[in-house]
Design a protein around this ligand. Structure first.
Ligand code: ATP
Ligand code: MG
Length: 395
């Protein structure tokens, strides 16, 4: 028996109850049940029910038809979204993308059978009873990632499951059975058929796992690396056994991965990462490479902000040392300005002082002033800067 607590969990129970009261079966399923049993915070409460999408829509005021064809609608209940999916099976996979046919079913056990791993194939009823036809609970206790049914079949059906398996191993510090390792070795090449975005979502989570070092080792050992964007050329880098788990953000982890790649932007684009992420990763890379050459000094600390700690961690992992922040903080605390916003003069000032027309010279002058203030060649005060400029212009 599991006792649910928390505002979202209680709302979810009310959704289950309404479905039950209308004569349907309804359970919390998948990741939520697994995380509850592991005593981890639950990110989403997904519901599986014998009710069909049109029947669910009749029972709740606000329902978004997110994926009716596949049996999924999103019920917004007391301002919180819950995905409700009709019990279903997935048959025939079109070129490894989406099941081409789904069949609605009336029993929870049949729905659980289509799921990927035993630990993800449990259901929890509103009464706190667990439905666990594949001994997921036992595997959770043993720390085992095991497919529902034969690994060979399940990985050919949807090759993304191989990366998901490695993701769960990494995140929960679990193990594989020998059969799983052999099946991944055998079917790794099928990963080239999978949409990169789906792989990237799983791989980003894998990199953030506590056992990422072990997962990366397995990625090399099973040959999976050969079928992931850009990693085919990085075998020896991945084998170096660096302490990737020291990294704290997704951007640091991607920067670490792209560190020795010739064209990091191309590499990150191959993974279809968002422009926002790519920009941050680029900055971390340019800082850490500069620091690798010249060390942390006024200029690098200033230029690094606000990604100084991130860059230091990436560099530390690449060089297999511990990150140290004291030195950076010391330099930072002595900087005359921490960003260009803090300059005592603006472009307007420059225009007024010189009487010249606006143009690229304004930005260039501001940059020169910024450098001079940073090096303490001039103090960050309007009058001092004006004098310094006049002096500089007469040179
Ligand atoms: P997370 O906590 O990271 O969301 P999760 O287990 O909930 O982990 P989701 O991707 O949200 O993962 O999937 C929800 C559930 O759907 C899984 O627990 C599993 O039962 C099922 N599932 C997801 N992807 C697959 C797949 N490729 N093949 C079979 N079942 C899957
Ligand atoms: Mg989930």
């Amino acid at each position: 028996m599991i006792q649910l607590e928390g505002v979202t969990a209680l709302k979810c129970l009310k959704v289950l109850k309404r479905l039950k009261d209308a004569g349907y079966e309804a359970y919390i399923v998948g990741g939520a049940v697994r995380d509850l049993l592991l005593d981890l915070p639950v990110s989403d409460f997904d519901i599986a029910s014998s009710a069909h999408p049109n029947e669910v829509m009749k029972l709740f005021k606000k329902v978004i038809p997110t994926g009716v064809k596949h049996g999924t609608v999103t019920v917004v209940f007391e301002d919180e979204p819950f995905e409700v999916t009709t019990f279903r099976s997935e048959k025939k996979y079109d070129d490894f993308r989406h099941p081409s046919e789904v069949q609605f079913l009336s029993h929870i056990d049949d729905d659980l059978a289509r799921r990927d791993f035993t630990i993800n194939s449990m259901a929890l009823s509103g009464n706190g009873e667990i439905v666990d036809p594949f001994q997921g609970r036992g595997d959770l206790k043993k720390g085992l990632i095991r497919t529902v049914g034969h690994a060979d079949e399940r990985f050919t059906e949807d090759p993304l499951r191989m990366v998901r398996a490695l993701r769960f191993l990494s995140v929960f510090s679990f193990q594989f059975e020998e059969e799983t390792i052999q099946a991944i070795k055998k079917h790794a090449s099928l990963l080239s058929h999978i949409a990169v975005e789906r792989v990237a979502t799983e791989f980003t989570k894998l990199l953030a796992g506590a056992a990422v070092e072990r997962a990366l080792k397995l990625i090399v050992e099973t040959g999976v690396y050969s079928y992931l964007p850009g990693l085919d050329e990085m075998k020896s880098y991945l084998e170096r056994g660096m302490k990737v788990s020291l990294l704290e953000t997704d951007e640091e982890r991607w920067a670490w991965l792209a560190f020795e790649v010739e064209d990091p932007v191309l590499f990150l684009k191959k993974w279809r990462l968002s422009n926002d992420v790519i920009k941050k990763v680029q900055k971390i890379l340019s800082v850490s490479k500069k620091v690798q050459r010249v060390g942390w000094n006024r200029e690098t600390v200033y230029f690094a902000r606000p990604l100084d700690k991130e860059s230091e961690r990436v560099l530390a992992v690449v060089h297999d040392r511990k990150p140290t922040y004291e030195h950076i903080d010391l330099i930072a605390s002595a900087l005359p300005i921490s960003s260009s916003d803090m300059l005592a003069v603006t472009g307007e000032d420059l225009l007024a002082w010189t009487g010249q027309k606006p143009g690229p010279w304004v930005g260039e002058s501001l940059m020169r002033i910024e450098q001079a203030v940073l090096k303490e060649e001039v103090t960050n005060e309007k009058s001092s800067i004006k004098r310094w400029l006049e002096h500089w212009q007469t040179q």
